[in-house]
Design a protein around this ligand. Sequence first.
Ligand code: ADP
Ligand code: G6P
Length: 489
Amino acid sequence: GERLDFRASKQRLLVVANRLPVSAVRHGEDSWQLEMSVGGLVTALLGVKEFDTRWIGWAGVNVPDEIGQKALAKALDEKRCIPVFLDEEVVHQYYNGYCNNILWPLFHYIGLPQEDRLATTRSFQSQFDAYKKANQLFADVVNEHYEEGDVVWCHDYHLMFLPKCLKERNSKMKVGWFLHTPFPSSEIHRMLPSRLELLRSVLAADLVGFHTYDYARHFVSACTRILGLEGTPEGVEDQGKLTRIAAFPVGIDSERFIKALELPEVQDHMKVLKQRFAGRKVMLGVDRLDMIKGIPQKILAFEKFLEENPNWRNKVVLLQIAVPTRTDVPEYQKLTSQVHEIVGRINGRFGSLTAVPIHHLDRSLDFHELCALYAVTDVALVTSLRDGMNLVSYEYVACQESKKGVLILSEFAGAAQSLGAGAILVNPWNVTEVASSIGYALNMPADEREKRHHHNFKHVISHTAQEWAATFVSELNVTIVEAQLRTRQ
Ligand code: ADP
Ligand code: G6P
């Protein structure tokens, strides 16, 4: 049939995500400073421009008092953001607990935490209760700001309970849900004590989206095997109601990166970096300090490379920029000390009085510094053990038009399906393979680098965040029109 296109009309879009694009830091009773949030979800959604968008989410801070809440809401309003206030206990049980200690590791095939696997169902249950309560709070705020005709686009594993809460409040609401992480094999999802409730709730949405076809297929299998529903090529059917399920691979705002490279400020950073590392090849890692990113594995592979290639010692350096994240979750604290220990050991082993092989920074970089780093480095190392998409790999490619550096990319990142032909794909668990890929990348002749880069660059500039959102929203509108036609028949 004819493809409906709603893009021209500047549709109102309510984006609902746990994380707002800015996080708040308090400076006084009614004074707030807003800082950019870090992560793939924020990066993708900031690239979405052609809608009349409002963003509903948590500002990353506990604000118990009304004066503070009012002042923060006002400051956020200027950014077209609407806060959801969560108290400390809810954040602890919902965000640190259920989201980041249970769903996140499970969806990335790390499994469930030991204590929950062993019959302490009480803590599991109370965390799930807090999760549902938090989702209800999000639904209240959405409901308050909803206007007829709005598209409500819910995001990520924090808000799997939200589609159901929204439809219960208003069955006419157009609701989409998109997952930014992998959706695991149904055999993994089966382990989750709340497996039924979460699937059912997501199915209340009109359209459910994933980064890759595999994740969508896993979700459909979970619905057929665990809920016993019927899977069709379009989605999942439950008592005559169809939920559309499809893949919508995300991208970045590539132009923003390409243009930034021309800025004098970025050029200055590039000059400094080039001088600093003159005569050496530079490898780059940029990650949140997360257990899924395979940072220890990456560093151990680099150590193996140095061990086996004495001629490269002093001629290559690894810059690992790892911004701390979710620091109240014990697993993340353990990871930080583990990484520091490995880096210290390797620098002690291969460093000299004047140089070390690994520069590890526990911090985030601002946009200009990041662009400069992407542009001047020779190899990017992305070794995620699992990763929904991985936008760092896209950002690196976008900034490499002149240098044509090599991307080493984990086959377990969603991006492997789109950048696989240009990147060197590796199994991050195989340290030997990653070490030899480092050697291959460092020695790659210019014509091969050019060919590989060109392939990926073409993809990155033609599959943008804006296209991703436009396709999702247009598909959501079409789905709803089709459903209306079906019920009329
Ligand atoms: P994730 O969503 O798991 O964090 P992605 O690779 O998809 O992974 O997205 C990460 C985003 O966060 C990218 O836009 C990247 O630029 C940004 N980012 C990650 N680490 C840093 C860092 N150390 N400093 C600045 N930005 C970072
Ligand atoms: C991933 C998740 C996002 C999250 C981001 C940063 O990209 O998919 O939902 O916002 O990590 O994590 P944080 O816990 O700081 O929001």
